[in-house]
Write a protein that binds this ligand. Sequence first.
Ligand SMILES: CC(C)[C@H](C(=O)O)[C@@H](O)C(=O)O
Ligand code: SF4
Length: 471
Amino acid sequence: MPQTLFEKIWNGHVVAEAEGRPALIYIDLHLIHEVTSPQAFSGLRARGLKVRRPDRTVATMDHSTPTLPRALAVVDEQAEAQLRTLEVNCAEFGIALHGLDSSKQGIVHVIGPELGVTQPGRTIVCGDSHTSTHGAFGALAFGIGTSEVEHVLATQCLLQRKPKTLEVRVTGNPGPGTSAKDIILALIAKIGVGGATGHVIEYTGDAIRALDMEGRMTVCNMSIEAGARAGMIAPDEVTFAYLKGREHAPSGAAWDAAVARWRELHTDEGAVFDRQVTIDASSLEPMITYGTNPGMGIPITGKVPSPDEAADATQRAALEKALRYMDIAPGAPLLGKKINTVFVGSCTNSRLGDLRAAAQVMRGRHVAEGVRALIVPGSKAIKREAEAEGLDRIFTEAGAEWREAGCSMCIAMNGDQLARGEYAVSTSNRNFEGRQGPGSRTFLASPLTAAAAAVTGCITDVRTLLGGGAS
Ligand SMILES: CC(C)[C@H](C(=O)O)[C@@H](O)C(=O)O
Ligand code: SF4
């Protein structure tokens, strides 16, 4: 019987299954960070348990890590305690840790692929909602809660209800200034933040095939913001080329055997999804959000919706509340709106291609008067690569801050945050109330759009700065 990509991976990992009960599935890779692991390790210790497969568990420090030079103190006692606790736990339980001093440290969803531990066909979990990022490699990857982290540490298995499947088919060529981030923001604006609840999304179509691995990761990363359990993309030559030669990727004959297996990881002709959505990428513009959830997005030249047009009373109330928080007038365009800060970073958009995109706009220009721009690479490796090609110089000469790797201003638990009432254009994935600091206001957008705001000081259509057009 023809199967979807999801079904192939799911079926290959079910350890036990009983009618009406969640299935027990095997986990190939467990990623750990400092925020959601402490209680899980305490639980193990209290019960006298060991980690079942330390060799399939990889830890990093990212959320609470300062992005100023490492000599500086960690932001507060809680952050300090989280980092120390992770160190102690990894040492005691025999888990590889990429701590602040490691040359491989970075955001968990950035380093998994970089190290080559993120591989097609694997089941991957992490106590973190954006674990969906790893689905870009044709893995089944999703976030879990802290009690589940403990369960996976102890057993390498997880109880899961089988999700439904949703195909998101993206066709056509996106226009100039329009990137993977705009595709995913447009999808969430279309189906809403609950639009994919209970489903695993498989992204298909020529516009997805045309993306490089970084773009695919950006798309899969935000699947969770549409409510999806996971997002995935069938692996292809682009995937294999990215993985080849990575530290933990197979090599020699094992590589050839792996690629042969990975080539089977696609949705079969005739396999049926529970639902389907299509998007025409050629009709998209650069996107930006105006509200307080990632589904409140519009094309950059569009107008903020008016509560009068809301479909029902609930939506109307939500929109009114969001616009009040953002202090934005209904029905008005966002173009020209003054901003205070620009953040290029996060597990959505902190990879080399994202930094190159921002640099393309900032090269030879200067950050606008009174604006603060933070450029934060997703990992130490990306930082080195960016510096090797001079991107750091472009940013610092433009007056932007070039920081150490970490989650940074995506989540405001490491010292990087907005002041109350400030506006940021941010390449991260969440614009919730207070996400970038108490009272902070976030506009989500692509690295190109963020860089355009940095140099103009206001929300700007990056296409007006690109001249001959850009990717
Ligand atoms: C801290 C962590 C649990 C959280 C998540 O699960 O996503 C964070 O990464 C986020 O982006 O909000
Ligand atoms: S960069 Fe942001 S979204 Fe990603 S893991 Fe860190 S806090 Fe979560």
